[in-house]
Design a protein around this ligand. Structure first.
Ligand code: F6R
Length: 620
């Protein structure tokens, strides 16, 4: 099976050349964050279909191609894979070839065993353990009947259950690539005398910023000069064209050691860009993308945030802000738990989905479920052209730019920023804050990018401590109020990047059990709330620091400038600028991201592509 993979397709005009393979390999390099168990390419050459594939990272495929190059061609497809069963071997890597046809696949064909049994009964033999090879066989059979790859694709997709993006090429149609999508992403890139397909625009952004969104259950046929989109029944479909507002540079490391280092450095910009252009001349918030009737938003009695992983922690921060500003109850639910527990949502519930990729299957399914229950759905998403915004009633885009490193950093800050905007917008609409209060909070928000930059400018010490701690077996994180999701995010970053056991706790919970974990030398990060705002919480967290210190913990404290109360009990203090309590996660999380990133570098790990992970989880 092939899940969460990176897919790229290319067709160019003119005689055969090295360009198709070059474009596809370069696209794969940019897409490798989506999966990196194995990779492969197929090229249509003058002598027919040629294919190369290799287990492991893309470099393995690149050196295989260097040792025995493929001939120049007219069209090519390529794939990076993130496998579940059907291990990451050369044989299970994509493309899968049958006859003169090659296919690559992202998703799961759930009925593949039945289809495979039927094909085997008819005499077909299989070389791999994958579901995708079944598709190759079916497509080849359909091609033999129809003599047309698009028609063959149409016949096959209706036989498949599950989720898929498929790209196919056939040696007899050297200037055609056909794609199909069902619950899995696929975007078209529009070139000049050449066209592209990709799992996302990163695949072809070096060549064109003109893109086209495909709808659910659509088939696309690209040639050098045409793009035809139909539904699965063959009826013409209207695909929306759009311009990608960032360029290839944004998807490159730009001199940084890793994408993650770069993306952390991008954070002030990600927050600033997400705030940009959201107010009218009078200073009121205008969120044009929120196309849900104001009357519906006024009538909302409950908000449910659905998301996974880091995005869910952004949702936890949103809960504190929205409840405080709007007086609407907010629940935060992991998207994969949400729809399986018969949740109480109805027409008066606003379901807010948060997702960087816009493709996380669990989150998408939660959105679909919510819509079925009659709830209004709004998504906070970073990736244009992705599925979740298309299936939501409204979208608030974060403008973090492409996030390539598998672990989310700048998108987290942008998600929190967008959630603040949503909260203030609802408060403005429902009158729970006066206009001057909304305006004042927007001023405070606009000051945040500079403050994030200040935290970055102070990162040397946290990096030094991270390097010293490279052998630490376990780290705990404590926080309270909005510091609690920050603590959990800090723990998640450390687990996924440095493979170190880490746990985030609500500081108030400490005495109810976790304090038993504290033994001499145990490192504990503590996110301390501002002493200026909620005094009671500040002193309570300072007490927590004392309690763990007394039991021998090494305390690594994140505290506001000027907070001297923490100093006597802290082994290390990492300072963040002063800001309103609710906005503090934008600052407090940054040292934790830097800590995890630096510690992973110190351990010699691949920071951008941690083991076992993939950037967008497009299966449940
Ligand atoms: C952690 C991380 C994941 C994602 C989660 C949701 O660093 O990146 O936990 O946050 O898989 O992904 P999106 O936001 O694309 O829905």
């Amino acid at each position: 099976m092939a899940l969460m993979c990176g897919i790229v397709g290319y067709v160019g005009s003119g005689p055969v050349s090295a360009r198709p393979l070059q474009v596809v390999m370069e696209g794969l390099q940019r897409l490798e964050y989506r999966g990196y168990d194995s990779a492969g390419v197929a090229v249509i050459t003058d002598t027919g279909l040629q294919m190369a594939k290799k287990a492991g990272k893309l470099v393995n495929l690149a050196s295989r191609l260097q040792d025995s190059p493929l001939e120049p061609g007219t069209a090519a497809i390529g794939h990076t894979r993130w496998a579940t069963h059907g291990g990451p071997t050369d044989g299970n890597a994509h493309p899968h070839v049958h006859g003169d046809l090659a296919v690559i696949h992202n998703g799961i064909v759930e009925n593949f065993a039945t289809l495979k049994a039927e094909l085997m009964e008819a005499g077909d033999e299989f070389a791999s353990e994958t579901d995708t090879e079944v598709v190759a066989h079916l497509l080849d059979r359909a091609y033999q009947e129809t003599g047309d790859l698009t028609e063959a694709m149409r016949q096959v997709v209706v036989c498949l259950d599950g989720t898929f993006t498929l790209l196919a090429v056939h040696a007899s149609q050297p200037s055609v690539v056909v794609g199909a999508r069902h619950d899995s992403p696929l975007v078209v890139g529009l070139g000049d005398g050449e066209n592209f397909l990709g799992s996302d625009v990163v695949a072809f952004i070096a060549h064109t910023n003109r893109a086209m969104e495909l709808g659910q259950d659509e088939i696309v046929t690209i040639t050098p000069t045409s793009v035809d989109v139909t539904d699965f029944a063959g009826r013409p479909a209207q695909a929306r064209e759009y311009i990608v507002d960032w360029d290839a540079k944004a998807a490159e490391k730009g001199g940084f050691r890793s994408f993650m280092d770069k993306e952390i450095a991008d954070e002030p910009q990600a927050v600033a860009d997400t705030l940009l252009g959201r107010t009218d001349m009078a200073g009121s918030l205008v969120l044009d993308e929120i196309r849900i009737e104001e009357s519906v938003l006024r009538a909302v009695t409950k908000i449910v945030v659905v998301a996974c992983g880091t995005a869910a922690y952004a949702g936890h921060v949103a809960k504190y802000a929205i409840e405080h500003w709007c007086r609407i109850p907010v629940e935060v639910e992991l998207a994969h738990e949400f729809r399986y527990r018969d949740p109480v949502v109805d027409e008066r519930t606003l379901v807010v989905a948060i997702s960087q990729s816009g493709e996380t299957m669990d989150t998408l399914m939660a959105v679909r479920y919510a819509r079925e229950q009659g709830s209004a759905t709004l998504s906070i998403v970073n990736t244009h052209g992705s599925t979740i915004p298309r299936e939501s009633d409204a979208v608030l885009y974060t403008h973090a730019g492409p996030e390539i490193a598998v672990a989310s950093t700048k998108a987290f800050l942008a998600q929190i920023t967008a959630a603040y905007l949503l909260g203030l917008y609802l408060a403005q609409l429902r009158g729970t804050l006066f206009p001057d209060e909304v305006a004042a909070k927007l001023v405070e928000l606009r000051a945040m990018p500079d403050k994030v930059q200040t935290v970055l400018d102070r990162s040397d010490r946290v990096k030094q401590i991270a390097r010293w701690m490279a052998d630490t077996p376990t780290v705990l994180f404590l926080g309270r109020h909005v510091g609690y999701p920050v603590a959990m995010e800090g723990a998640l970053k450390l687990k996924e990047l440095a493979y170190i056991h880490a746990e985030g706790f609500a500081a108030g919970e400490l005495k109810h059990g976790p304090i038993a974990l504290i033994e001499p030398g145990q490192p504990v990060f503590v996110v301390v709330p501002s002493p200026r705002g909620r005094h009671s919480l500040h002193s309570k967290v300072v007490s927590n620091i004392q309690e763990i210190r007394a039991r021998g913990a090494r305390t690594l404290v994140i505290a506001e400038d000027g907070d001297e109360a923490v100093v006597p009990f802290a082994d290390q203090v990492f300072r963040i600028p002063q800001c309103p309590t609710l906005l503090a996660p934008l600052l407090a999380v940054v040292p934790l991201q830097i800590f995890a990133c630096e510690l992973a570098h110190a351990k010699g790990l691949d920071v951008d592509q941690p083991r076992n992970l993939a950037k967008s989880v497009t299966v449940e």
